[in-house]
Design a protein around this ligand. Sequence first.
Ligand code: HPA
Length: 284
Amino acid sequence: MPKQFTRAQFQESATFIARHTASRPKVAFVLGSGFGDFVDAISEPDVISYHDIPHFPVSTVKGHHGCLVIGKLEGQEVMVMQGRVHYYEGFSLEEVTFPVRVMHAFGIETLILSNAAGGLNPAFQPGDLMLIEDQINLLGMIGNNPLMGANDSELGPRFPDMSSLYDRQLRQLALAVAPEADVPLHRGVYVGLSGPAFETPAEVRFLRLIGGDATGMSTTNEALVARHAGMRVLGFSGISNAAIDVIDSDRQTSHEEVLAAGRLLAPRLVAILRAMLKRWPETV
Ligand code: HPA
C-alpha cells in the first residue's frame, strides 16, 4: 500500500492556502487538459503555485499549468485548480487525490471536475461537451481504488455509497442552463482509465459495450474521494477526439489534438458555469 497522507497534512496545506487569500469559496473547479484559459474569466484572482503548497503534487504534463486560482466568477467566490496530476505520471492515487482532501479541509463543499475525453458514443463530435451522469472507474474495479487502505472515519465512511456520485440537483441545474448558455450538452457515462497510451480499437469497442460514452485518464478518482468526503460532485467531459474503433485507420489520436479541442471547449465550459452560478443561490 502506498504511503497515506494524514489529516494533519491536508490541514497544513489548507492553512497555507488560507494564509494566501482572503477568499473563502465553497465551490471549486478542476480544469482538464487544454482548459487552462478558463482562468482568464476569473476576476480579482489570487494565484498560488502548486510548487509552494506543502505536499501538493505538481504535474509534468504539457497543458497543465499547476496553479491554484482563487477569485470571482459571476460575482461568486470560486477556487480553480489550473492543472492536475495523473496516475500515469507515476503519482500514487493518494497523491492524485491529495488536492481534493485539501480543498475539503479548506471548506470547499462542491467540486466541479472537467476533463478532455475521447468520444466513445458515435453521436459525439470533437468539440462537444458531455455532462457526466455516472462513471466506470475501471482502474478501481480491478483493484486500485483511491479509498483503499486504512480508512480515517473522520474523513468519510469505510464503504461509501456511490449510487448518486454525480449530484442530481447540480446535474439538473447544468442541463437546465445549457440552452440559456447556448451550449449543447450531451450526457453520458465517463470511463476512467490509467493511460498514458490511448486505447486500441478493440479496447474502444469494449468500453462502448460496457456502457461508456466518453473515456479519459482522470476524474474518476477525484470524484470518488470528493464523494467519500461528503462533497457534492459534478463533472464535464470535453470531447477532444472520436476514439478510433477500427484497426489500420488513417486517423491517429494525439495529445496536440486533445489540447487544441480543450482550448475550443474552455469558453463553452465557462458559459455553462457562469449560467449555473447565476442560478446557484436559489438552487443549491
Ligand atoms: N482516450 C483516453 N483519454 C483521452 C482521450 C482518449 O481518446 N482523449 C483525451 N483524453
